[in-house]
Design a protein around this ligand. Structure first.
Ligand SMILES: C[S@@+](CC[C@H](N)C(=O)[O-])C[C@H]1O[C@@H](n2cnc3c(N)ncnc32)[C@H](O)[C@@H]1O
Length: 518
């Protein structure tokens, strides 16, 4: 039965957003690389369990109009909010239902991609079981399920703090008081550690983590009634009891063993053929707290060894910047590239330098393997040689393995150069009216600190030129200055020619974030 009673998620809304690692493009790309034949990204069925207000699923549905997206969540209020958003956006390919996962009906059919972000560890055992059962029953033969969960050993540290916070807040009369009391306890504990010992360092790190994320996250995560981490091997035992097997982590670089010293890599590689054991020891080595595991049906043959020659069929993207310039990239001089999430790569290989430089210049666009090869050889000023394809494949594969390069099956509908009538997605325009977090066409969440940029996003519906955008931003600034208007905050547009230049610069930075649509 659906619970009519409000849940904690009705009371305090969970600040959900888009998670790029859940996007069908990511799931299909990994599945293809690992030997499966997943459904085409632009014509698939996607199910999100515990979808909240659809902050992840709605931009996905907009970006992939040929897909059919279904989301379910127990909490009525976020689902109702999501349904209103869908109506306002006029999306016909997505439905959100207020439904207890325990009551998931058999009539829902099969799905090519099933997403459960932030659900497994936060629900009782019966719901966890049902989640696996739904994946077993409703996942297409070559479908991929994404399930995130908290893991040990890393969460032992978190559990210690969580238990102290729960003890401290157990008499708090309401949720807001609970949040404030929990924050205050952590601060008290951290500030009281005058000796720079292990415990003090740990408390300061936890305090930083808790203060860094929102009060709503603290409430639904550390202070949640249920927050059950488990070891990877326990999660996999549960999955395999439902006929599911390990495919990968959604962040492919997290599966790799080669980020450790040589002697460690040797031991880990000795576990080849025992992928689950290898992954479990990786968690011990990293003291891992969180996993985003991809599962598929157990009867599929998975080829865990990705080969360089497979790369030729894919698109690539990378927000790379060269931190050390080489005077001549053809020379064996070393260059270092930095990317997302602390990823970095040093190389003396001219083809690698040229390819990474080209990808960085094209970011956030995805570029096909063939184009990268052509452009890299152009910048090296040489003709193609026999080994170039395999060499570039190995370079891109290793970039993917370190998290520097992303691999895709299809490019998103974004543009690098603002056209005459620049446009963002209607999802982004709606987000501009609500705050400063935006979903890019790469399905990333970005924050725009600049109020002028947020105002501009709201106007980018493809009907205005730079000149008219500038005029309207000026008008807004004048209106905001008028007495009685409380909106006059933040940066305003410059006068004269400078205004148009400013708008053009802002448009280019929005394009660079992946917000401008074709
Ligand atoms: C931690 S939130 C995660 C929300 C979203 N997936 C995200 O990661 O941003 C967990 C969500 O699961 C939903 N949920 C909890 N129990 C559920 C159940 N039995 N059936 C369906 N949804 C459930 C909650 O209402 C909440 O929206």
């Amino acid at each position: 039965m659906n619970r009519a009673n409000p849940t904690p998620y009705d009371h305090i809304l969970y600040p959900g957003h888009s998670y790029r690692q859940t996007h069908p493009d990511r799931l299909a790309t990994l599945a293809t690389l690992l030997g499966m034949q997943p459904a085409p990204v632009d014509r698939c069925r996607v199910l999100e369990l515990g979808c909240g207000s659809g902050a992840n699923l709605i931009p996905m549905a907009w970006g992939l109009p040929g897909t059919e997206c279904v989301g379910i969540d127990l909490a009525a209020r976020p689902v109702a909010e999501g349904q209103t958003t869908i109506q306002e956006l006029g999306l016909g390919n997505i439905q959100l239902h207020q439904l207890d996962l325990l009551d998931f009906p058999d009539t829902m059919g099969t799905f090519d991609y099933i997403i459960a972000h932030g659900l497994y560890s936060w629900v009782p055992p019966a719901v966890r079981n049902k989640l696996m059962a739904v994946c077993q029953k409703h996942l297409a033969a070559h479908g991929v399920a994404f399930i995130s969960y908290n893991t040990y050993p890393g969460c032992h540290i978190r559990d210690m703090l969580r238990e102290m916070m729960l003890y401290h807040v157990h008499n708090a009369p309401d949720s807001i008081t609970k949040i404030h009391q929990a924050q205050a306890l952590l601060k008290f504990l951290a500030d009281s550690q005058t000796e720079p010992d292990e415990y003090g360092r740990l408390l300061h790190k936890e305090l930083e983590r808790v203060m860094h994320y929102s009060a709503a996250h603290l409430f639904h995560d550390d202070l949640a009634e249920i927050n059950q981490p488990l070891y990877f091997h326990q999660f996999m035992e549960h999955a395999s009891s439902h006929g599911l097997q390990f495919l990968s982590e959604a962040e492919y670089f997290m599966v790799q063993t080669d980020q450790f010293p040589e002697h460690t890599v040797k031991v880990l590689n000795g576990l080849e053929g025992n992928i689950l054991g290898q992954q479990q020891y990786l968690d011990f080595l990293r003291c891992r707290r969180f996993r985003q595991t991809l599962l598929c049906h157990a009867d599929l043959a998975i080829h865990f060894q990705v080969r360089p020659e497979q790369m030729a069929d894919f698109y690539f993207s990378a927000p790379t910047t060269a931190v050390s310039e080489a005077s001549d990239i053809s020379s064996p001089e070393e260059m270092e590239f930095h990317g997302d999430q602390g990823s970095r790569l040093k190389t003396t290989n001219p083809l690698a330098k040229a390819a990474l430089q080209y990808l960085g210049s094209m970011w956030p666009q995805s570029v096909h393997f063939k184009e990268i090869l052509t452009e890299a050889l152009n910048s090296l000023g040489r003709a193609r040689e026999n080994e170039d394809e395999i060499e570039l494949g190995a370079i891109l594969q290793s970039g993917f393995g370190t998290g520097l390069v992303d691999v895709h099956l299809s490019p998103p509908r974004l543009v690098l150069e603002p056209g005459e009538y620049p446009m963002v997605s209607p999802v982004a325009r709606m987000q501009a009216a609500m705050g400063d977090l935006f979903t890019t066409l790469r399905h990333r969440t970005v924050r725009l600190d600049d109020t002028l940029a947020c105002q501009l996003v709201q106007m980018l519906d493809g009907t205005r030129t730079v000149a008219s955008l500038t005029t309207q931003l000026r008008q807004r600034a004048r209106d905001a200055e008028s007495p009685g208007d409380g909106t006059g905050q933040g940066r305003t547009i410059s006068a004269g020619q400078d205004g148009e230049r400013e708008v053009k610069t802002l448009l280019r930075s929005l394009a660079r974030l992946g917000l401008l649509v074709q």
